[in-house]
Structure formats: C-alpha cells, structure tokens
Ligand binder design. Structure first.
Ligand SMILES: Nc1ncnc2c1ncn2[C@@H]1O[C@H](COP(=O)(O)OP(=O)(O)OP(=O)(O)O)[C@@H](O)[C@H]1O
Ligand code: SF4
Ligand SMILES: [Mg+2]
Length: 356
C-alpha cells in the first residue's frame, strides 16, 4: 500500500453511533417485511474512516441512509456527538450540514444542466451562507480542482469521470461537514482515477480531521482507505475490527469467502452455495448457515457447534473498534488456530492507489 498520510489522532468517544438499529420495509404483495438492517451497532469516531463491506442487497445503503437521517429506523437509535437524532425538519436540516452524503456521480448526483459552480453552491443556498463564491472556490480547491475558477462555468459532460467525482465531493465539503458518508464513491471509475479519489479522501481526513463511512463491496478499496472494517451480511455486521486484521486474518467464514475470490488470494476460491440472501426470510440460528462452507464441509460439526449454527442466534456485535466476530465456530475454535492461520487468509490486494 502506498498511501500512508499520518492520520490525526482518533478520539475514543464516537462521533456517530448506531445502537440496536433496525430498518424494515413493507413486503411485496403483503408478504413478510424486508429486514434490511436487522440489529446493528456501529460507532464512528472523529478522524476515523470505517469501511462497510458486503455483497449486493445486504443492507449497506439502507444502514448508511439511516445514519444520515434519511430513513427513520424502525427500532434502535442513531446518536451524533452524544445526542440522539431528532427527526423534526429543522433539526435534521442542521444535522445534514454536519454529516454529508457523497454518492457516485453516475448515479445521477450531478444535474447535467447545472454548472460546476451551481452544483457546489447548492448546499450553501439550502443552508444559507455568507460568501458563496469564496466557499465554492475553497471547496473545489480542497477537492483538487485547481484553479477553481477555471471550472466554475463548466458542465458535467465537459469533465472527466474523476473530475465529476471531485465536484460531488466539493459539493459535500462546501458545508464544512464533520463526517462524510460515501456510498460506493469510486465504483465506476478507472483504477488510476479511483486511486486519486481515495487519496483525496485520505488527505481530507488528515487535513480537516474528517471522519468517513465508506460503503463498498470492494475489499481492496477498504484495505486502501479504512482504519476499520465492518463486514455486513443480511442486515447484520458479522465481523469487525482493524482493517489489517480483518482482511489478513478473517475469522468469519463469510469474510473468508469474500477474500478468497480476490485475484491475489492464495488457495481455491470459496464459492458460496445456497440461495442468495433474502431479507424477507432471514434464516434462524446463524443467518449465514444455509450458505456456510464451514458448516457444509462438516468442520462446524467436528468443532461441536453445528447445532448452534442452525438454531442459536448470535448476539449483535458491539459498535466499538475492537475485533469481533459473530460466528459460533470462530468463537469456539478458530482462536486456537492462531489469528494468521485461518482456513483462508489471503494477502490483501497489492494494487493500491497511488498518491494524489
Ligand atoms: N425502499 C425500499 N423498499 C423495500 N425494500 C427495500 C427498499 N430499499 C432497500 N430495500 C431492500 O433492502 C435490502 C437492502 O438493500 P440495500 O440497498 O440497503 O443493499 P446494499 O447492500 O446497499 O446493496 P448494493 O450493494 O446493491 O447497493 C434489499 O433486499 C433491498 O431490496
Ligand atoms: S456460526 Fe456456524 S454457520 Fe454461521 S458462519 Fe459460523 S460456522 Fe458458519
Ligand atoms: Mg447500496
């Protein structure tokens, strides 16, 4: 990995915290409700970058939106700076100034008919602000668009993909937030541009002390940017800890399977069998048990935990920074094997981004 700016000291009190968070959606045709977020505790401390990873449909975006106050949780709560979110209009507006969402541009976050200046100034106009021109120029500069005035009157179609993503980030920065929630911020960018945008996010953390939750299905991205990673499966966080630890010595069979299919992973890839996860039918016991390679291979049985796998639900992992795993087998058996000696412990991706 080539990016290693000195991170500001991470404080212990969480800036943003989810406790016992549940978000459900009505089922189709009156069927069972979809448990998109199904019991999540997650803390993000000042200056910390947390990556939320997991396959499509596991609830990453729903969790991110509920942390932003865009979706009201069905149960549980979100606190920011020690205070529970207040979902009344005025409080939410103030909150959204402090916590900004960064989407990827191809999802339509930039209006093709708005100039770069208007795109970045939009947040200022909503929240009311003093010197708009200076603030827009500063935000564009911070996002690496220099000299900023050169870009003011450009339209999105006149910019490269990387520049458009920088404009999206400038639009978030202009309100001087304390935390960014970036949902797949570089998913559609070329590898080289992806590295530049990741380097930019890291620099913002160093220069501004920004915290970030980066939502991604890309473990390489998590490795390159995050201090901590939370692996989500079917509405729950199933493994969390320092990024080096989780990605070099994964303990949960699901994390091991995700890592085993990376091109640089040693050994045979673990191809998960069984039905893709469905949040309207969350399995009893361990929610991963119908697809788990450790259960299917008989290894869980040999460790004496197969009945627990099928019938005993696992507790919600606490939201703090410590290394944790929600797996009967990992808890009962894997620690004895040594942290670096799990069934699958591939090296992290080598193709990190280059400096900005
Ligand atoms: N507004 C909604 N109404 C009903 N179901 C929804 C709604 N939003 C999300 N879901 C369901 O909740 C589950 C989680 O969706 P979510 O978009 O949070 O997943 P994700 O991890 O972000 O996936 P992806 O990686 O594809 O973006 C999915 O099964 C999805 O179909
Ligand atoms: S608890 Fe059992 S079924 Fe679940 S991941 Fe661990 S070994 Fe697999
Ligand atoms: Mg999503």
């Amino acid at each position: 990995m080539t990016l290693s700016p000195t991170a500001p000291e991470v404080t212990t009190a969480p800036l943003l915290s989810a406790q016992g968070l549940h978000v459900t959606f009505p089922g189709r045709h009156g069927g069972p409700r979809a448990r998109a977020v199904d019991g999540v505790d997650l803390d993000i401390r000042r200056g910390e970058i947390v990556a939320l990873v997991g396959e499509s449909g596991c609830g990453k975006t729903t969790l991110a939106r509920s942390l932003l106050g865009l979706v009201e949780p069905t149960a549980g709560r979100v606190t920011f700076d020690g205070r529970p979110l207040d979902y009344s209009g005025r409080s939410l507006k103030a909150y959204r100034k402090r916590v900004q969402l960064v989407l990827q541009d191809p999802s339509g976050s930039l209006n093709p008919r708005h100039t770069v200046y208007d795109a970045v100034a939009e947040g200022l106009r909503i929240h009311g602000y003093g010197d708009e021109r200076t603030a827009v120029a500063d935000a564009l500069s911070r996002a690496g668009m220099r000299p900023p005035e050169r870009f003011f009157l450009r339209y999105p179609h006149e910019l490269s993909g990387g520049q458009r993503q920088r404009v999206v980030i400038a639009g978030a920065l202009v309100l001087e937030p304390e935390l960014l929630v970036a949902d797949e911020p570089v998913a559609s960018l070329d590898a080289s541009v992806r590295g530049e945008i990741l380097a930019l996010l890291l620099r913002l953390r160093t220069e501004l002390g920004l915290s970030a939750l980066v939502v991604t299905h890309d473990l390489g991205l998590a490795w390159n940017i995050a201090d901590r990673v939370a692996v989500m499966y079917l509405g729950r966080i199933v493994e969390t800890g320092a990024v080096e630890q989780v990605l070099t010595a994964p303990r949960h069979p699901y994390t091991q399977a995700l890592l085993s299919v990376l091109p640089e992973a040693p050994g045979a890839p673990v191809i998960l069998t069984g039905e893709p996860p469905d949040p309207t039918h969350v399995p009893s016991g361990c929610r991963f048990h119908v697809r788990c390679q450790i259960l299917a291979s008989g290894e869980a049985d040999r460790a004496g935990v197969s009945n627990a796998c099928r019938g005993l639900d696992l507790p919600v992992l606490s939201g703090g920074g410590e290394s944790q795993v929600a797996c009967h087998w990992a808890a009962a058996y894997a620690p004895q094997r040594g942290a670096g000696n799990c069934a699958t412990s591939p090296h992290p991706p080598a193709d990190g981004p280059q400096g900005d």
